[in-house]
Write a protein of this length. Structure first.
Length: 98
């Protein structure tokens, strides 16, 4: 499973745009890939540690805990990163099952 985390806050225009891009990109992926992506949203207003790390860079997108983007999100770059992450997860699971 690949985890995509969107860190933002309420009433943040760029956060709303990032969320829309994420939804559109995941919807365009093949079902088998989309089903392997968990989308988590977190708010800097509810988590002081996230605020400390990211307050001046929201929205922030993490893929499996690694920084993918902040401020602006490119649909093409996100699509490529998610496809690679999902492909990597499937390979890892196959190796572990052998």
């Amino acid at each position: 499973m690949t985890t995509l985390t969107l860190i933002g806050k309420p009433d943040c225009h760029l956060c709303d745009v990032a969320s829309e891009i994420i939804d559109a990109v995941v919807a365009e992926l093949p079902d088998a890939a989309a089903e392997r992506i968990e989308i988590v949203e977190a708010s800097i207003q509810e988590d002081p540690s996230l605020y400390e790390l990211w307050w001046e860079k929201i929205p922030v997108v993490l893929i499996d805990g690694e920084l993918h983007a902040h401020w602006r999100l490119s649909p093409e770059r996100l699509r490529n990163a998610l496809e690679n992450a999902v492909r990597g997860d499937a390979t890892t699971e196959l190796k572990e099952s052998l």
